[in-house]
Design a protein around this ligand. Sequence first.
Ligand SMILES: [Zn+2]
Length: 86
Amino acid sequence: MTGWKWNKMRKRIEDEFTYLAVSRQRKYQLRMQRDKRCTECGEPAVQGSRCLKHLVKARERQRKKRGLKRRYYGTLSYKLQAVEKR
Ligand SMILES: [Zn+2]
């Protein structure tokens, strides 16, 4: 902190998360979730708290972690991907 003057001049975002005892990163994620935004990049979320790009990324991560061999093509993110390619 560089003092109260600097603090006062700066426009602070105050909302329900401002005084929570959680990390800045966590607050950012909470705000993104509240605004239905991707918690990773701030793009509009398509499902849960992820945009299409990060939904796919998260899914790929999950797949690797679980070592799944088959893909679940009925999953929403696949459907959305198909729509985007059209
Ligand atoms: Zn994203």
